[in-house]
Design a protein around this ligand. Structure first.
Ligand code: SF4
Length: 336
C-alpha cells in the first residue's frame, strides 16, 4: 500500500493517468546562459585531471565537501573512484585532497598542512576574490558584514578569513541586531550566489544603520549568478511554469526559484527529469526551463526529452548574455 492506501498496481495506474492527463503540445522557453559556469567547469576539470594523472593510478583521490553542489556530478566522480569527505580528519596522512569550488577557511588550509596532505585548491577565483577582500578590509580595521546564508560552505570559508572581525547577515531584518565596535568602519561583502534584489534590500538596511558603510570595489555576486537570474527573468512573463534544474543545496539554483515565485509565477527546483510532477504541467502550454550554475547541460536535454514524451515540444532559446569566461586551472594540475 502507498501513503494513500493504494495497492502498487492502483498507484501505478493513477500515476499513468496523471501523466496522460497532461499530454499535449508544449513550448519550452530555454534560458541562456544556464548550466555550468566557469568556476564549476574549472573545479570539475581539476578533479578529472588529477584522476587522469598516470602516477596517481590506484591511489585514492579525496575531495573535501561536494566539489560543486550537484549530486549528479558528485555521483559521476564517485563512480570514477573519487572519495568525498566532510572533514580532513577522514583523509589519510600524505594523501591528496581537493578543496571544493566553494572555498575553505585558512584554518582548513592550516589543518591540511599540519597533516601533511597534498592540497589542491579548486576554489572558484571569484570566491577567492571575496576572501581577499575580507582579509584586506578587516586588516584596515573595518568590521566585515557578510551578506549570505548561514551554514553554506562559501560563507563558512569567507567568515573564516577574519572570524574576529566578521558578522553574518542573512536578511534585512538581521541588520538591526548587528553589533560593531565602530559604526564608521563597516564594509559589506556578499556571498557570490545571492539574489540581486534581496541583497540590495539588505544593503539598504545596512546603509540606513551605518551611513558610512563601504562597499566592495566590484560586485561580489558573480557574473554567472547574475546572468542566470537575468536570463530567466526575461522569459518568465511568457511561461505558465518555471522549472529550475539544480540540487537542493545549490544556492544559485534556489535563488532562481525564489525570485520567480516572488514575481508570482509557479516555479520548482528539480534534480533531474524524474523530479517533474504531472500536476505541475496541467493546463501549462509554455514552460520556462533553466539550470543552475552547477547543473550539467545533459540534465537540461533529459528534461526536454521527458517533456517531449508528453507531446510535441517546440524549444525556443532566449539568450540575454554571451559567456566566454574561462579560469585557468591551479598550477598543480596545469599541463607543462
Ligand atoms: Fe564561481 Fe559564480 Fe560559478 Fe560560484 S557560481 S563557481 S562564484 S562563477
Amino acid at each position: 500500500m502507498d501513503s494513500e492506501g493504494r495497492s502498487p498496481l492502483a498507484a501505478a495506474c493513477a500515476a499513468a493517468d496523471a501523466w496522460v492527463g497532461v499530454a499535449g503540445p508544449r513550448t519550452v522557453l530555454l534560458a541562456s546562459p544556464r548550466s555550468w559556469c566557469a568556476g564549476v567547469e574549472r573545479a570539475v576539470e581539476v578533479v578529472e585531471r588529477l584522476l587522469e594523472e598516470p602516477g596517481r593510478r590506484g591511489r585514492p583521490l579525496f575531495v573535501r565537501k561536494q566539489i560543486v553542489h550537484n549530486t549528479h556530478v558528485v555521483r559521476g566522480l564517485e563512480r570514477r573512484g573519487v572519495v568525498f569527505v566532510e572533514e580532513l580528519d577522514e583523509v589519510p596522512e600524505g594523501a591528496t585532497v581537493v578543496f571544493s569550488a566553494h572555498g575553505v577557511s585558512p584554518a582548513v588550509r592550516e589543518e591540511a598542512r599540519g597533516r601533511g596532505l597534498e592540497a589542491v585548491d579548486a576554489t572558484c577565483p571569484l570566491v577567492t576574490k571575496v576572501h581577499a577582500e575580507a582579509r584586506r578590509f578587516s586588516a584596515r580595521g573595518d568590521t566585515v558584514v557578510l551578506i549570505g546564508h548561514d551554514g553554506h560552505e562559501e560563507v563558512e570559508g569567507t567568515l573564516g578569513e577574519a572570524p574576529e572581525h566578521s558578522v553574518l547577515v542573512q536578511s534585512p531584518s538581521d541588520v538591526r541586531d548587528v553589533e560593531v565596535p565602530d559604526p564608521d568602519r563597516v564594509t559589506y561583502l556578499t556571498q557570490t550566489t545571492l539574489a540581486a534584489d534581496e541583497t540590495a534590500e539588505a544593503v539598504d538596511a545596512l546603509r540606513a544603520r551605518f551611513p558610512r558603510l563601504k562597499e566592495p570595489p566590484s560586485d561580489d555576486i558573480c557574473y554567472a549568478t547574475t546572468n542566470r537570474q537575468n536570463a530567466l527573468e526575461a522569459i518568465v512573463p511568457g511561461a505558465g511554469l518555471v522549472l529550475v534544474i539544480g540540487s537542493a543545496n545549490s544556492s544559485n539554483s534556489l535563488r532562481l526559484v525564489e525570485r520567480t515565485r516572488r514575481a508570482g509565477t509557479a516555479a520548482h527546483l528539480i534534480g533531474d527529469a524524474t523530479g517533474i510532477r504531472p500536476g505541475w504541467l496541467a493546463g501549462v502550454a509554455t514552460v520556462a526551463l533553466t539550470a543552475g550554475a552547477s547543473a550539467p547541460q545533459a540534465l537540461v536535454d533529459e528534461v526536454i526529452r521527458a517533456l517531449s514524451g508528453l507531446g510535441p515540444v517546440t524549444v525556443q532559446e532566449h539568450s540575454t548574455a554571451v559567456e566566454n569566461v574561462r579560469f585557468a586551472p591551479p598550477k598543480e594540475v596545469r599541463t607543462p
